[in-house]
Design a protein around this ligand. Structure first.
Ligand code: BES
Ligand code: ZN
Length: 620
């Protein structure tokens, strides 16, 4: 019988030993003790830009000899630590903060004379906490109230709560959150869309065990609009109607996913639309996805973002990578499920176009990656920032591998297999080795002759793309490609391109197939007919502006400046920053724009732009 392990003996051994080891991106010693529940009581202080309060952690001691708890923190001020006994009586504990590590933060070491069921830590966050963004009134749409939001993935929860910040540990949580009276607080928990705002007091409960990177909070002038029996959109008042319209298909998406992979297990599924500085497209915080406003373009063409974050309710939130080297188990599976949802709700043509664009992006990104970073199963991330190890390999090569399996085994068998994977590992944190064993037993061995061990080995263990990676195809894109060629050959004018009334994906395809540079006449013609400068569609902007920069087309600069200052979503703006930084003149312009943009950026985005600047300056 073909066995994956028979061709992967070294890998299997390595994976087994890695499973027992602690997560290198956390100080937690999970073999000794694990946090099982967390009770927060915190004040959100906009004046000082701090979260101040206490957290009570319930502990499951696994090693009877252990007398120490190591928590992750980053830039936290710890006021007191108390041990709490079974009767609820507290006593002061001895504690100390270890050395500061640039990537990991600072371990908080708490001594126990004897093992106690709970520990209580009083603390305050730093105004520059890496996992929080504090927005002044001016940075909101309403301009009247400040706004706060968290982004904990991958290892930023430790900057606003002292905890075991590893996805290997799951805990339930509750929270009492005190905010300025007119504001609403929401969390990755049981938000009540009918809750009255005005008391400044909010209580939350998450009764399902989640990993720390899914801990989330936002506070602001947030309105709610219901979009379905278990869905609503939360946003600043001026955005909420538009957002609700854009995301009106959310319930349809949930139904489609349930049909494929079983019940949605989290109760409500709400979406919080954040101000434009949110550094990501979306974040799958349980019960409340956090989303960028940049996908609200009026025609639902970018709502695959919702499909993606919703899909995480199965792949990632229910079955979770136990450390960040295995993030393809979260993002690859989710990108695959995302495409199945898009196909079910919007049809095959839409799904195919999105697949072609994703695969184009993967190939482009992979060309610049070291072979080790082209692997689905990364080496343990010792000494590496997990945010920086994340590439399209996890997302798109991961999804592509599952599509390969789907094609070989057929949808009936593969769909049942994937549903079984989610069911068998629900509310568990697992690594790639667990998946490989499950795959072998429940798909490969059950349906012999469909895949060869060497083919699986190529997907799981080799860099690059295997020979068996079948490219996605789109008939609509074939037409776009033909139109582009005719335009480049002078046989069609730009007005005729505009007349085709392309959707977002077709326009993206058009731009991606253009040569590295165009001349000013061509760019002027395109912009005149298709109005790219100043576009509100970030997917178009992130491809158009770098083209203008490479082509030395200065007429786009005012629009570029507005784009880079107005949006903080990294994926959309980094290509333009990088294109600018490639020439001395562009670099000077970029530095000027960054000086204005940075005060509005999230710490994660500031970090990315600063790193690109440092690199560019070294080169020049
Ligand atoms: N979980 C990710 C976002 C993330 C990953 C944050 C790693 C921090 C570290 C989220 O589900 C995601 O993948 N978002 C994408 C959108 C998606 C449509 C591909 C994004 O933000 O671009
Ligand atoms: Zn994702």
């Amino acid at each position: 019988m073909p066995s994956i392990h028979s061709v992967l003996p070294v890998l299997a051994l390595f994976a087994m030993s890695a499973q027992a080891a602690n997560d290198p991106n956390s100080y937690a010693e999970t073999d000794k003790v694990r946090v099982t529940d967390l009770a927060l009581d915190v004040h959100v202080a906009f004046q000082s830009r701090q979260i101040i309060g206490k957290v009570e952690l319930s502990l499951d001691w696994r090693d009877k000899g252990a007398r120490e708890l190591k928590l992750d923190t980053r830039d936290l001020s710890i006021a007191t630590v108390e041990l709490v006994d079974a009767a609820g009586k507290s006593s002061p504990a001895k504690f100390s903060l270890g050395a500061v590590d640039k990537i990991l933060g600072t371990p908080l070491l708490i001594e126990f004379g004897e093992q106690m069921p709970k520990v209580r830590v009083s603390y305050a966050t730093n105004p520059n906490a890496s996992g929080l963004q504090w927005l002044g009134e001016a940075q909101t749409a309403g301009k009247k109230h400040p706004f706060l939001f968290s982004q904990s993935q991958a290892i930023h929860a430790r900057s606003w709560v002292p905890l075991q910040d590893t996805p290997a540990v799951r805990f339930t949580y509750k929270a009492d959150v005190h905010v300025p009276k007119p504001l609403r607080a929401v969390m990755s928990a049981n938000n009540n869309p009918d809750a009255t705002v005005g008391s400044g007091e909010f209580h939350f409960e998450m009764d399902k065990p989640i990993p720390s990177y899914l801990l989330a909070i936002a506070v602001g002038d947030i309105a709610v609009k219901t979009t379905g029996p278990r869905t609503a959109v939360y946003a600043e008042p001026s955005m909420v109607d538009k957002a609700a319209k854009e995301f009106e298909d959310t319930e349809k998406m949930i139904v489609a996913t349930e049909k494929l992979y079983g019940d949605y297990r989290w109760g409500r599924y709400d979406i919080l639309v954040l101000p434009p500085s949110f550094p990501f497209g979306g974040m799958e915080n349980p019960r409340m996805t956090f989303a960028t406003p940049t996908v609200i373009v009026g025609d639902k063409s970018l709502t695959s973002l919702v499909a993606h974050e919703l899909a995480h309710s199965w792949s990632g939130n229910l079955v979770t990578n136990s450390s960040w080297k295995d993030i393809w188990l979260n993002e690859g599976f989710t990108s695959y499920v995302e495409n199945r949802i898009v196909e079910a709700v919007y049809g095959c043509e839409q799904g195919d176009m999105e697949d072609v664009i994703s695969q184009f992006g993967l190939k482009k990104e992979m060309a610049d990656l070291a072979p080790n970073d082209q692997l689905l199963m990364l080496a343990p991330l010792d000494g590496r920032d997990p945010d920086e190890a994340l590439t399209d390999v996890a997302y798109i090569k991961g999804a592509w591998f599952l599509t390969f399996l789907e094609k070989r085994y057929g949808r009936p068998a593969f769909d049942a297999f994937l549903r079984g994977w989610f069911d068998a590992h629900a509310f568990q944190s697992v690594d790639s080795d667990v998946f490989i064993t499950y795959l072998q037993k429940n798909l490969v061995d059950k349906h012999p002759g469909k895949t060869k061990p060497a083919e699986l080995d190529a997907w799981l263990k080799q860099p690059g793309l295997p020979e068996t990676a079948e490219p996605a195809k789109s008939a609509r894109f074939d037409k776009v490609d033909a139109a582009r060629t005719e335009w480049l050959d002078g046989k069609r004018d730009a007005a005729a391109l505009a007349a085709a009334k392309w959707g977002t994906q077709e326009t993206v395809r058009f731009l991606e197939g253009l040569p590295e540079k165009l001349d000013a006449k061509q760019l002027t013609e395109l912009d005149g007919a298709l109005h790219f400068n100043g576009t509100a569609n970030g997917e178009i902007a992130q491809r158009w502006y770098p083209l203008t920069v490479r082509s030395g087309f200065a007429a786009a600069r005012p629009s570029i400046e507005k784009f880079l200052i107005g949006i903080g979503r990294r994926k959309l703006i980094m290509p333009t920053w990088e294109a600018l930084m490639a020439t001395p003149d562009g670099l000077a312009f970029a530095e000027g724009v960054f000086a204005k943009a940075r005060q509005g950026y999230h710490p994660i985005t500031t970090g990315s732009v600063q790193a690109a600047l440092d690199k560019a300056k070294k080169k020049n």
